[in-house]
Design a protein around this ligand. Structure first.
Ligand code: ATP
Ligand code: MG
Length: 643
């Protein structure tokens, strides 16, 4: 008996040996390499809402955090009745073998008649009927709990991800968040809702099966228990060390394949025009192949563990058969009782298997769901709640010795010690060579990033002290590459408006007219209700820019931040957008900061800021700057003329 644990302990050693060849490579050696790769995927330390609980140093979720998540995810109103029904089902199933055994013994009695066993058979039929009803009702309740939990976990994860500061998304591989959102909540829900019931059921089967076996024949029962019980813990521990870690690697390699597919499918025109179909397909096939290698290693570990258990199970059954038949020959037990005993031994084995599967799920889910916990527990560096909500906003913007370096970029900071004040109601144009930091400056003003040093102020207050939602309502931002959604034109213009303050159709129409978009929108198949396709791909570049400008204007913001918002427009359309901007600036006293490369846009501004290599080179009116040597004059007035 003592040899069994030693034998089991050899399995991981076997799995790590270099002994056997498979597919031309040492598959066990490959397994070891995979395990080492999986171990090397240590989580990056993150700021968490529950400090110290999101991930251990060994990269797995601590037990208390996992259990707390499982408790939160549980749908108790569904799970409790479902678990009670399921336990009742196990109890009926435990009764049946004893009755069946009694039927056999009754038939073997001298002078037995069918009438004698009819009541027992009727009772068995009744038990089968009850089991059928219990099975249906508990399965429906569990399925409901499962979907409710999975969807609730997805919404929670989505809420946590959307709460993160924009810089967080810069570091995410394409498609990764999406795949987490879909896969990991489902893993957790099954443990959350079925875990306790599976544990109870397994314990009832193990306890009930063992008790009834001991009641029938304690010697036989001792053999059955001693041979099977040590398997449970051993196999679960081995599974955690191998399959759990390999699941992490599986997810990582699948993410890499998905990331490539997500990027390529999001930009089919780029793939086509660069004739990149072949190279994309090759890289995708390579990544899928890597994934298959990990699957192969996981299958090896899983299959070895499963069949080890089945092998020990059948050896145990054989030992029990021999020992049991000897006991019948010795007249120590009746044949009917032996049949009943086997049924209970099966039930006991089934319970052991369920316990082992449950332990396996618990052990393997900790490394596998580590990323889910990282995401759900991550504390955003920009709090959405709290902060001041001033009663009014004048719109004076200030950068005070602001610098920013992007995470992971060893190069110089993108902006260095920039100080500038944009007075309320003023229009400032920001110009400079490509890569000078113009968009970065605008993103600081829009609070998409916070400065690494220095501060951004609105009306004299540090924007970090202001309520983020309130701040966003004061600003209308148009990005260098405007992002539209596959919504209708009207919904794209209204995008982000608070539920109680949705701009009316008339406001949407007015904003579209102001930026010269009403005409082409009226020609779309369904006018304002026309959907724009993914990223607004059904519109031209200039049309997209005008919808984005209308979106920024429709909220009547105090501050307009436009990043080359008219770069794709013809001169006439640009004049129209600038007229709208001037109307906003004068009518609504709007402060505007425009990043631009075009002289026509520069001339709309009260003052111009010139950025070079992340530093502020000069600030002044267009006429002042045109009169001074520097980047502005060299680029906009190379002949020395004045505006
Ligand atoms: N999210 C980011 N992560 C890392 N580096 C970034 C990021 N955004 C910008 N940078 C870097 O910061 C520098 C300034 O970029 P920025 O987009 O502000 O330039 P720009 O002046 O707007 O140029 P352009 O006129 O070409 O739009 C560049 O060197 C760029 O590589
Ligand atoms: Mg830019």
């Amino acid at each position: 008996m003592a040899a069994l644990p030693r034998l089991l302990a050899l399995v991981p050693l076997m799995a790590e040996s270099h002994a056997i060849e498979f597919h031309g490579a040492g598959w066990l050696a490959q397994q070891r390499i995979m395990l080492e790769r999986a171990r090397s995927l240590q989580p990056t330390p993150v700021a968490t809402k529950d400090r110290g609980t999101a991930a251990n140093n060994d990269g797995v979720v601590p037990w208390p955090r996992l259990l707390r998540e499982l408790r939160t995810a549980q749908q108790l109103s569904l799970v409790l009745p479902a678990s009670s029904l399921s336990l009742a089902l196990t109890a009926t199933e435990l009764l049946a073998p004893k009755l069946r055994g009694a039927c056999f013994d009754a038939v073997l009695q001298p002078g037995a008649t069918f009438e004698l066993i009819r009541p027992k058979l009727t009772l068995l039929a009744l038990l089968a009927l009850i089991a059928w009803l219990l099975n249906i009702s508990s399965s429906i309740l569990f399925a409901q709990a499962r979907w409710t939990t999975a969807m609730a976990a997805r919404v929670r994860l989505m809420a946590s991800v959307l709460e993160q500061e924009p810089a967080f998304f810069d570091a995410q591989p394409p498609g990764e968040l999406n795949s987490r959102l879909l896969s990991e909540p489902e893993r957790l829900e099954s443990l959350a809702n079925r875990g306790p019931e599976r544990a109870l059921n397994a314990l009832l089967s193990v306890g009930g099966g063992a008790a009834l076996m001991f009641a029938l024949d304690w010697r036989l029962a001792l053999v059955a228990v001693a041979l099977r019980a040590p398997l449970i813990g051993q196999l679960a521990a081995i599974a955690g060390r191998t399959v759990g870690l390999l699941n992490v690697l599986q997810q990582r390699t699948l993410d890499q394949a998905n990331a490539l597919a997500t990027e390529a499918l999001a930009q089919p025109h780029a793939v086509a025009v660069h004739a990149a179909r072949g190279s994309i397909l090759d890289s995708y096939a390579r990544r899928v192949e890597e994934y298959i290698d990990v699957i192969r290693a996981t299958l090896l570990a899983e299959t070895t563990l499963r069949f080890t258990r089945l092998g020990v199970d059948s050896l145990t059954s054989l030992a029990l058969l021999g020992f049991g038949l000897r006991r019948v020959l010795d007249c120590s037990i009746s044949l009917g009782a032996l049949f009943a005993f086997y049924a209970y031994a099966d039930r006991f084995a089934d319970g052991c298997q369920k316990l082992q599967e449950l332990l396996y799920d618990l052990v393997t889910i900790r490394p596998a769901c580590q990323r889910y916990f990282e995401l759900i527990d991550r504390q955003s560096r920009m709090a959405h709640t709290g902060g001041e909500r001033p009663a009014s906003c004048e719109g004076e913007l200030e950068l005070v010795d602001a610098s920013i370096s992007f995470p992971g970029c060893d190069a110089d900071a993108a902006l260095r010690h920039v100080s500038i004040t944009v007075r309320a109601g003023e229009t400032l144009a920001v110009v400079g060579p490509s890569g000078a930091g113009k968009s970065t400056l605008l993103k600081l003003l829009a609070r998409l990033y916070d400065p690494s040093d220095g501060a951004v102020r609105l009306d004299g207050r540090d924007v970090r002290a202001l309520n983020l939602e309130w701040f966003r309502r004061q600003t209308g931002y148009v990005a260098q590459q405007p992002s539209l959604f596959d919504f209708s034109v009207a919904d794209n213009v209204r995008f982000g408006a608070a539920a109680g303050a949705l701009p009316a159709d008339a406001d949407v129409q007015a904003a579209l007219e102001a930026v010269g978009a009403a005409d082409f929108v009226s020609r779309l198949p369904h006018g304002l209700a026309t959907r724009l396709g993914e990223g607004g791909r059904r519109l031209s570049g200039g049309q997209r820019q005008r919808i984005a400008c209308a979106r920024a204007l429709v909220h009547y913001p105090r501050i307009l931040l436009w990043d080359e918002a008219t770069s794709a427009l013809d001169d006439g359309s640009e004049r129209q957008v600038h007229a709208a901007l001037r109307a906003a600036a004068t009518g609504r006293k709007c402060t505007a900061v425009l990043v631009t490369h075009r002289l026509s846009s520069v001339l709309c501004a009260d003052r111009v800021a010139v950025l070079r290599d992340g530093r502020l080179e000069a600030v002044g009116t267009p006429a002042e700057l045109a009169g001074r040597p520097g980047w502005f004059r060299d680029n906009f007035y190379p002949g020395g003329e004045t505006p």
